[in-house]
Design a protein around this ligand. Sequence first.
Ligand SMILES: Nc1ncnc2c1ncn2[C@@H]1O[C@H](COP(=O)(O)OP(=O)(O)OP(=O)(O)O)[C@@H](O)[C@H]1O
Length: 226
Amino acid sequence: MLDLRAVTAGYPGHPPVFRDVSLTVAPGESAGLLGPSGCGKSTLARVAALLHRPDAGTLHLDGERIRHWRHRAPRAQRTAFGVVFQQPRLSADPRLTLADLVAEPLRATGDREHLGERVAALAARVGLTGDLLSRRPHEVSDGQLQRACLARALVLRPRWLVCDEMTAMLDASTTAALVGVVEEYRAETGAGLLAVGHDRVLLDRWCDRTVEWSSLITPAAQAPAR
Ligand SMILES: Nc1ncnc2c1ncn2[C@@H]1O[C@H](COP(=O)(O)OP(=O)(O)OP(=O)(O)O)[C@@H](O)[C@H]1O
């Protein structure tokens, strides 16, 4: 269970982006989060994935209260999440080949057993050929790079996936392919999913339920647009 209760979050030097937001995703469930630009969806998703420390509120992950975020979170909690962001170029080290990008979490955690085979299997799953794996980010398209970022998110076999507008800049066939990979992985592992997006049709098709940001928040709790 991913259980966010009365979370208030924002950025230093600014009023909170939102206050007292609660959201629960059951084990194995897929929840879509829909809302207008700038309301705080990504911030909430980052809090949920332990990447952004909230100012107040609680997060329980599979029954355990989270007390630390980012590098301070215990490895077992950090690696429970696979996260894919909207803009692959902002989350990919331009010096790495796509193969090394996919392998990055394995190297970071020291889990190098059968590394080459695991990367190759995931690359095949997301539709990356051997030729593409040897290229660097500037030598591939956004869609190809996003495929590598999804493979990287899956390589530690997370229990939870957070996809923050993963397909926003992709064409329809790449969107369908990546959503298909996520769903195949979830069917195999029982992983839960929080998918943030603007596209109601996509989220309704993809997820067990779609949550509107406006239903999470009282008008007084939303900070004015900055
Ligand atoms: N690093 C930051 N420092 C200061 N303010 C930030 C930072 N990141 C985001 N914000 C602000 O926080 C608010 C919420 O941003 P967030 O990215 O969570 O919204 P969002 O709902 O995901 O938007 P979008 O749908 O456009 O991606 C926005 O007003 C944004 O300008």
